[in-house]
Write a protein that binds this ligand. Structure first.
Ligand code: FDA
Length: 438
């Protein structure tokens, strides 16, 4: 097979944490993919429970999905098993690694489907255009529509896909996920899903939920870091009320030796958010801000936060913003990210580099090596369910790698922003829809 790396199918290896066949299957997949001139990309996904298994199309460990299709739907298979999956071998026996020929056939079938798409005039161009700004804007727009949210809650398929990005609907399930991440050497920050509340009662209840989470984390000796959205704490109702409400979380976190990161939302909330972060920081200290590299104002905000000694998480930004306030092209926000990252690494207080961009992560690692900045002076951060392979590789290389772990019933806007970030996610959803109907 030849072509650009972006033409690769999505290859996922679904395994249980104790699967004895995971490493051999991954090595085989990589070697088959590596035979072409493409970069092999295999994402390993750890299955946490039966619900997660059902959502991911898992049948038993290991399951290999190419573009969402199981390479080896075994005869007579019913339901899901959390145990070993054994594949028939040519000698009549059975083994825990899918046969090489079956994987090759699945890749050939993927190629044939792609060629058939190519043969239809305009079809591939249409697919290539899908990932454009309009599509991203559409998903971010959809994330703000309540009627679509109600519709999506009713679709079982959507619920299954949500499990990829959301650790659980309730706290006990999420605590198990946090324990698994800790065993994998990963730090965490917990986000109780929800945003844009419009009553004080709802905002108070959301803050109470965070207090419960902080207590539960402390009781189990888990990482006490949490991430909070101010619109969930009542920012759109009244700034003073919001500050007092989130202040309760910061205070409880302080008593528990924990840290509170205030997430950044769209640009209309930037000033109010930074104001509240400063006020809470002056009072408690255990609170940090988020800066989005796509905003034109961010270089100034970074300088002000450095001067105040406030910790910054740097991300690219996930909202639809007008060109008057944000860089229009991805290249510009990527360049801005690198500039701000180097400034924060050199002068900031323990910055959190929140990105899955391998090129930028490579630049960060080169920069700290060149400048003699120790691993303890910064951390990498990524989202739950995104680039688990890279998360584990960075942790294994000695970096602090923090995973942003969202949980709760109000997953819709968060999930839609995750879909908007990556064209392949959208295609994956569309393909799953077609597959489930076919
Ligand atoms: P980019 O979008 O360029 O992606 C680089 C590569 O990463 C892609 O090619 C793909 O391989 C992979 N990738 C990225 N997103 C993916 C996805 N959803 N699914 C699968 N693969 C994906 N934003 C915000 O506005 N306010 C905030 O407070 C935060 N907080 C935050 C915390 C943490 C810990 C993270 C990691 C991110 C945020 N974000 C955020 C989101 C952030 O702004 C941004 O939208 C995403 O991180 C995607 O941008 P990348 O930096 O990964 O780069």
């Amino acid at each position: 097979m030849t072509g650009a790396a972006t033409d690769l199918p999505r290859v996922e290896l679904l395994v249980t944490t104790d699967c004895p066949h995971a490493a051999a299957t991954e090595a085989l997949l990589r070697s088959i993919l590596g035979e072409s001139d493409r970069t092999a990309s295999v994402e390993r996904i750890y299955i946490s429970d039966l619900d997660h298994a059902a959502g991911m199309g898992f049948r038993g460990s290991p399951t290999v999905l190419i573009d969402g299709r199981d390479v080896a739907a075994l005869d007579g298979e019913t339901g899901i098993s959390l145990g070993c999956r054994l594949y028939p071998r040519a000698d009549g026996g059975a083994g825990g690694v899918p046969p090489e020929g079956v994987i090759r056939e699945a890749l050939d079938a993927w190629q044939a489907r792609r060629d058939a798409d190519d043969a239809r005039p305009g079809a591939r161009e249409a697919v290539r255009e899908l990932p454009g700004r309009a599509l991203r804007a559409g998903f971010v727009w959809a994330s703000q529509r309540e009627s679509l949210e109600r519709l999506s809650q009713r679709l079982p398929m959507t619920r299954g896909l949500v499990r990829r990005f959301v650790a659980g609907q309730d706290l006990p399930t999420t605590l198990l996920a946090l324990e698994r991440l800790r065993s994998a050497g990963l730090a965490t920050t917990v986000d109780v899903l929800g945003e844009s509340v419009d009553t004080e009662a709802a905002a108070t209840a959301a803050a109470d939920r965070y207090l419960e989470v902080l207590d539960a984390l402390a009781e189990r000796g888990l990482d006490g870091n949490v991430s909070v959205k101010l619109t969930q704490m009542g920012l759109d109702i009244d700034t003073g009320f919001c500050q007092r409400n989130v202040g309760r979380i910061v205070q409880r976190a302080e008593a528990r030796g924990a840290f509170v990161r205030i997430d950044m939302e769209d640009h209309s909330r930037t000033d109010a958010t930074l104001h509240i972060v400063r006020e809470l920081y002056a009072e408690h200290g255990n609170v940090g801000a988020v800066i989005q590299s796509y905003l034109r104002r961010s270089a100034d905000d970074v300088e002000a936060l450095i001067a105040a000694g406030i910790r910054v998480r740097l991300c690219k930004g996930a909202y639809n913003e007008p060109a008057s306030v944000a860089f229009a092209s991805k290249a510009e926000s990527d360049e801005s990210y690198v500039r701000l990252m180097e400034r924060l690494l050199a002068a900031g207080v323990y910055p959190g580099l929140a990105t899955h961009d391998e090129r930028i992560i490579g630049q960060a690692r080169d920069f700290v090596a060149r400048e003699g900045i120790a691993d303890e002076q910064f951390e990498f951060q990524m989202l739950y369910g995104v680039r688990r392979d890279l998360q584990e590789a960075l942790a294994a290389a000695g970096h602090t790698m923090r995973v942003y772990v969202p949980f709760g019933a109000e997953w819709y806007p968060y999930f839609m922003r995750r879909l908007a970030e990556r064209p392949a996610n959208v295609l994956f959803v569309l393909r799953t829809l077609v597959r489930d109907r076919g």
